[in-house]
Design a protein around this ligand. Sequence first.
Ligand code: KG4
Ligand code: ZN
Length: 359
Amino acid sequence: MPPIILGIETSCDETAAAVLEEGGRILSSLVASQLDTHGKYGGVVPELASREHLRAIVPVVREAMSRANLRWDQLSAIAVTEGPGLTGALLVGLTYAKALSLSTGLPLIAVNHLEGHIHAAVMESAPALPALALVVSGGHTHLFEVREGWQYRLLGRTRDDAAGEAFDKVAKLLGFGYPGGPLIDALAPHGHAKVFADQFTVPRIKGASQDYSFSGWKTAVLRWTEARDLTAEVAARKALFARRPRATIEEWRAATPQPTLDLLASFQHAVVTELLRRATRAAEQIDAQSMIVSGGVACNSELRRAAQQLRVGYPVYFPEAKLSTDNAVMIAAAAFPKLKRQHFADLTLRPQASLQLAQ
Ligand code: KG4
Ligand code: ZN
């Protein structure tokens, strides 16, 4: 029988557990989202996140085991996210994983959340190496070189906001709900990206690294709204969100005049172009044989389309959409190479809020 790992993920606002067989067969995967809790605050509230994880962790893990229809002694290990993330949130998953490891005798494997995102894209086929990995989510925008033996080197990162954070902040400024990424993705095709392209000039960043900067574009959107006095328009959307947190795209669209749709399209196009511009440059630098794009923003349809249309001589891997955002399958997937090397954690394992994957 191939090894099977239970993965547990609680680094931010999803309580997730999954059972995965080596080679990519998913025996179960559960994600309990806290969107309804944090949505009204327009972002994740750490104290509420910890409380929600505490409520969800036991039923979510139980359900993952029950759907996989396995006994504990049929597992090879328990993998858990040790960081980066919110300390209180990480602590819930870690403590429960340690307790399970102690009571079942199964080895414990600590996984870096970013390494999890990378593995989500290549569960079934090993990527040709070296690979360039772009991890792009609400908390991270990193470019890594991936070498033999899952060794990583940092090639670039955001100097300020993560790309997903930029999507969320722009959406919030304009009165859209949270998280903003999926909404902007759905509304952008109704706008024209050329109309306000001049608002999103690429920031100059000194040095040879492939670092990103997205905070200037959030300020550009703020200035754009101020110059046009969008007070009433933004207030109307905020009222829509308060009334109907799960408003449909058609409702959002009806509450969004054409210039704002054009702005969203221009903003999204700028972010996608910049993400891929630096990623392909970094790939060239290391003579990459493949590219991996992962993390919540990897769900973005324009990013997927543009990446598939890149005229590069190597394959570009994306995880399927539900494995792009936070989940526990990716944590289990990243644990298999560590299981092989018997790279186990002990009960002194602690949450690492700012854990780095590479220097
Ligand atoms: O990986 P993830 O679930 O959590 C973090 O580790 O941060 O990513 C969540 C982020 C949010 O900022 C969300 O707005 C963004 O991913 N996101 C998207 C899309 N779907 C999720 N951004 C752009 N387009 C999307 N379709
Ligand atoms: Zn993530």
